[in-house]
Design a protein around this ligand. Structure first.
Ligand code: SAM
Length: 401
């Protein structure tokens, strides 16, 4: 199947179909009998600009609303990560104006606010925006797009930094976003964003990075093309270990900042990344993981072993719904996010419970859905291992640890 690229209108060829999927963050009350929303989750690559993207788009208001449950502050590693980012932005200019798209609960901007630096968060999900405001962050409850950007520019002047973490890849209407960046960015300002990296996704076969909210899977090449088409230049890239492997892209107006050697090195590394050979190989490995995971969980059920899920992540919806994993295979999923607890995971209907239930008593097996926080979680849950518990992971392959 071929669709039209959301960046350049070129032909997008589908290479992976992950089936009928629910909204990845729609955790339902057990007594909610309304039909769930489903869409077809499939991924394609643009033959012209090489952008990897979903072939079907979910309306944004279905995903980002008052009850959007993801909060950035849930992970100590991410809190530290964002403190480091904030300190760099504070020092970037005299009296800088820092704008963050998708500021969520204000984890990054709080450091900026506490330093007395001018800032604004743009966040459409009301509940998390309120958390940011309660922490002293100046926040506008809105979707960032061209009109919002023009409004901010008129009210607050140009931005020295426009930043977005795990947000830009969520936004299909990229033309409006980049026209907005152009309207708001100071002549020597930087547009910085970090998102899951296609190179890591392919290398680790981390197919669960693909879900409704992750519309684009960026690479240096596709971002380079995207920037150029919108009067910007990719001037630097940084590989990040967070969230299973990301890249931070630095864009500026042409000629304002020299392009670093890191950009050329990553572009060279990516020579074959968006080829059909590489992407079809990825798709085949996904099907193998699916078959192996279903076989393992079915075998454990037949042997009467309990399996509990760890981390009711948005990513886990892709895995459970692709593999047909329900409460018969995974008893419940424990998660620290209050908004997800005592609800049912999307599509699969697996109950979500507070972390205390994990240890009451420990199950023999835990399926680690939050594998991107594996180190942090395994260190925190040493008692589970001491009690004889085993972790099941499925990225880059199904393993029992
Ligand atoms: N930046 C935070 C982080 O990295 O932890 C939050 C990331 S969260 C996965 C994505 C956020 O983007 C959500 O809080 C969502 O409401 C927000 N978002 C979605 N579309 C947006 C838009 N057009 N403008 C600004 N924020 C948006």
């Amino acid at each position: 199947m071929t669709t039209e690229c959301r960046i350049c209108a070129g032909p997008v060829e589908e290479f992976l179909d992950l089936g009928r999927q629910p909204l990845s963050d729609a955790f339902r009350r057990p007594d909610d009998t309304r039909p769930e929303f489903f869409y077809r989750l499939a991924v394609g690559v643009c033959g012209t600009c090489s952008m990897v993207q979903l072939v079907e788009e979910v309306p944004r208001e279905r995903m980002f609303h008052e009850d959007y449950p993801y909060v950035s502050r849930g992970s100590a590693v991410m809190r530290e990560h964002f403190r480091g980012v904030a300190e760099r932005f504070i020092a970037i200019a005299d009296d800088p104006f820092v704008v963050e798209l998708g500021c969520n609960d204000g984890t990054m901007l709080r450091t900026v606010a506490e330093a007395g630096v001018r800032h604004l968060g743009v966040e459409p999900s009301g509940g998390v925006a309120d958390l940011a405001a309660a922490d002293g962050v100046r926040v506008r409850k809105d979707f960032f797009e061209e009109a919002t950007a023009r409004d901010i520019r008129a009210a607050d002047g140009p931005a020295d930094v426009i930043y977005a973490a795990n947000t830009l890849c969520h936004i299909p209407y990229m033309g409006s976003i980049l026209r907005g960046v152009d309207a708001l960015l100071a002549p020597d300002g930087v547009f910085v964003f970090e998102d899951p990296y296609l190179g890591d996704i392919v290398e680790k076969t981390s197919f669960d990075q693909i879900y409704d909210e992750h519309f684009f899977l960026f690479s240096a090449r596709s971002v380079d093309e995207m920037a150029r088409r919108h009067g910007l230049e990719l001037v630097d890239v940084e590989r990040l270990a967070v969230h299973g492997g990301e890249v931070r892209y630095w864009l500026a107006r042409p000629g304002v900042r020299p392009r670093t050697a890191a950009v050329d090195a990553l572009l060279a590394e990516e020579a074959e990344l968006a080829s059909r050979v590489v992407l079809d190989g990825f798709a085949n490995r996904v099907q193998k993981i699916r078959a192996d995971l279903v076989a393992l969980l079915t075998d454990l059920r037949e042997r009467g072993e309990r399996v509990v899920g760890y981390g009711a992540t948005a990513k886990s919806a892709t895995v459970t719904n692709l593999c047909g994993i329900g409460p018969d295979l995974v008893e419940f999923i424990c998660d620290t996010t209050p908004a997800k607890q005592h609800r049912l995971a999307p599509g699969s209907g697996i109950p979500v419970r507070p972390p205390a239930d994990f240890a009451d008593p420990y199950p023999p097996y835990a399926l680690l859905f939050a594998w991107n926080h594996a180190e942090e979680i395994m260190a925190k849950e040493r008692a589970f291992r001491d009690a004889g518990g085993k972790w099941i992971t499925y990225v880059p392959e199904v393993r029992v640890l």
